[in-house]
Ligand binder design. Structure first.
Ligand code: EPZ
Length: 416
C-alpha cells in the first residue's frame, strides 16, 4: 500500500492552477451515454482514479473511451450491456447516476445497491422515486436494483432533499424523456450547472441549473460536442487551506472564485487574508483564529467536502471552534486520526468541538476517505516532525498528483 511521508514546518509559497472538477467529470462521463452515435470530447479532465473507474465501467458497457493528457474522447454508439458489475459498483458508489442515462438509452438498467461507505449510508431513494415518476418500473431485490421503462415521460418531481446525485440522475433521464420535466428542490451546486451546459452542448433543453427548479424539455436524440469541465472548487479550497495552515502564501489561478464564496468567508473569519480577482484567489497571510460555528450545507453553503480540511486548519487555530456536519451522517472519521497528531477534538453526534493547540506532532495515520486523507496531509504540513499517511489510494481518487503540486510550493512530501 502506498503512503505519503510529510515533513512539517515549511511555509508553502508560489502559484498553482487546478484541474477539472471530479464531481463534474463523473456525471458528465455518465451523460455521454446519452449520445448514441458520435464522439464526445471532454477537456480539463483530472487524471484521478475515480475518472479511470468510470471509464472502466463505461467500457464494460460497450463504450469506446480514450484518455490522454487530461482529455477524454468517448463514443457510446454500441452498448452491449445494461448491467454494471458488482465489483465496479463497489469501487465507486457514484456510478449510481449511470441509471438515468442507461434507462433513457436502453430502457433497462441493473445495478447493485451502492451501499454505505465510510462517510455514512448512501441511500438512493430519491434517485429511484424520481425515475419512477418518469415512468420507470423499479425493483430492489437481494442487493440488486433493476429499473425498466419502455419509454420515459416527463413529470413534475419534488426532491425531499436537494441531493446532488439524484438531481443529476434525473436531469439525464429527463433529457430524452417525452415532454416536460420540472425538478423542484433541486441541488444548486456548480457541477449541476456544468452538467446542464454539457447536456445542452449535445442538444438537450435544460434550464434552471444553479437554482432550485430545473425545467427539462425532452428531445429525440443528443449529438456530439466538445466540452471543457469547470475547475475543481474542492481541490482549490484544499490548496488554499494547505497554504493557510503553514502560514504561507499561494496564488490559485484559473479558478472560479464565486464557487468558493462560503469557503473564503469562513477562512477570513479564521483570520486568513485572501485577495480575489475574477479568476484567482490569493492567500496573503494571517494568524489563524478559531471559528465559533461552521455548519456544512448544500451549495451555496459551506461544502461538506471541505469539512475535514478546514477541521485540520482549526486544530492549530487559537481558540475554540465548532463544526456541524449536516449533510452526511458519519463524516468525522478523520477526527481519530487528527487526534493521533495531538489535535484536541471531541465529537457529540454531528458536532465536533475543536480546541486549538500550539503544534501538532507527526506520527503514523491513515486516510479513511478521500477528504479525510486531504485533511491529514494539511495537518502533516503543519505538524512538528514526520507524518506518515497510509491508504493514500483514497486521496488519489480525487486529487491528481497532489504531492507534485505541494512540492512545487515547497512542501516536503513524498510518495513511497
Ligand atoms: C455528491 O455526492 C458528491 N459526489 C459528494 O462528494 C458530495 O459530498 C455530495 O454530493 C454533497 O455535496 C459526487 O458528486 C460524485 P447527495 P451525492 O446525494 O450525490 C442523502 C467527494 O468527496 N441522500 O447530495 O452522493 C445522502 O445520504 C464526494 O467528492 C438521500 O437520503 O450526495 C446524504 O446524507 C463525497 N437519498 C445527503 O443526501 C438519496 O437518494 C447528500 O447526498 C440521495 C442522497
Amino acid at each position: 500500500m502506498k503512503k505519503f511521508v510529510v515533513e512539517g514546518g515549511n511555509k508553502l509559497e508560489g502559484s498553482l492552477s487546478v484541474k477539472g472538477a471530479k464531481n463534474s467529470t463523473l456525471p458528465i462521463m455518465a451523460a455521454s451515454v446519452l449520445c448514441s452515435e458520435d464522439w464526445v470530447e471532454l477537456h480539463n479532465i483530472p487524471d484521478i482514479s475515480d475518472m479511470h473507474v468510470m471509464a472502466k465501467i463505461l467500457k464494460s458497457l460497450g463504450a469506446k473511451v480514450i484518455y490522454n493528457e487530461n482529455r477524454l474522447n468517448l463514443k457510446v454508439d454500441a452498448l452491449h450491456s445494461c448491467t454494471i458489475a458488482d465489483e465496479l459498483m463497489r469501487e465507486m458508489r457514484s456510478s449510481i447516476f449511470l441509471m438515468g442515462p442507461l434507462l433513457a438509452r436502453l430502457g433497462e438498467v441493473k445495478v447493485t445497491y451502492p451501499g454505505g461507505c465510510s462517510i455514512g449510508p448512501r441511500p438512493v431513494d430519491l434517485h429511484l422515486k424520481g425515475l419512477e415518476a418518469l415512468g420507470a418500473k423499479v425493483r430492489e431485490e437481494n442487493g440488486f436494483i433493476t429499473a425498466s421503462a419502455s419509454s420515459l415521460a416527463g413529470a413534475k418531481i419534488h426532491l425531499d432533499y436537494p441531493s446532488v446525485g439524484a438531481t443529476e440522475n434525473l436531469m439525464m433521464a429527463a433529457a430524452l424523456a417525452k415532454g416536460k420535466t420540472v425538478i423542484s428542490n433541486a441541488a444548486k451546486e456548480p457541477e449541476i450547472v456544468d452538467l446542464q451546459n454539457f447536456l445542452n452542448a449535445m442538444g438537450a433543453n435544460v434550464r434552471g441549473a444553479g437554482t432550485e427548479t430545473l425545467r427539462i424539455l425532452g428531445v429525440q436524440k443528443l449529438g456530439k460536442c466538445s466540452y471543457r469541465i469547470i475547475p475543481d472548487r474542492i481541490v482549490a479550497g484544499t490548496y488554499l487551506m494547505a497554504a493557510a495552515i503553514t502560514g504561507g502564501r499561494l496564488l490559485l489561478k484559473e479558478i472560479i472564485p464565486v464557487h468558493l464564496d462560503a469557503v473564503v468567508a469562513k477562512m477570513k473569519e479564521a483570520g486568513i487574508e485572501i485577495r480575489a480577482t475574477e479568476d484567482s484567489l490569493e492567500i496573503i497571510g494571517g494568524k489563524l483564529k478559531a471559528v465559533e460555528t461552521l455548519r456544512t450545507l448544500p451549495y451555496p453553503g459551506f461544502p461538506t467536502d471541505l469539512q475535514a480540511p478546514i477541521m485540520a486548519l482549526l486544530t492549530v487555530a487559537d481558540g475554540h471552534s465548532k463544526i456541524m456536519e449536516s449533510i452526511f451522517e458519519n463524516r468525522f472519521k478523520h477526527v481519530t486520526e487528527l487526534k493521533r497528531l495531538n489535535a484536541n477534538i471531541s465529537v457529540e453526534g454531528r458536532t465536533a468541538f475543536i480546541k486549538g493547540v500550539k503544534r501538532l506532532s507527526g506520527t503514523e495515520v491513515e486516510a479513511t476517505d478521500l477528504r479525510a486523507g486531504a485533511a491529514l496531509i494539511l495537518a502533516g504540513l503543519a505538524a512538528e516532525g514526520t507524518t506518515v499517511i497510509n491508504k493514500i489510494n483514497h486521496i488519489d481518487r480525487g486529487y491528481e498528483n497532489i504531492e507534485h503540486d505541494l512540492q512545487q510550493l515547497g512542501a516536503k512530501i513524498k510518495r513511497i
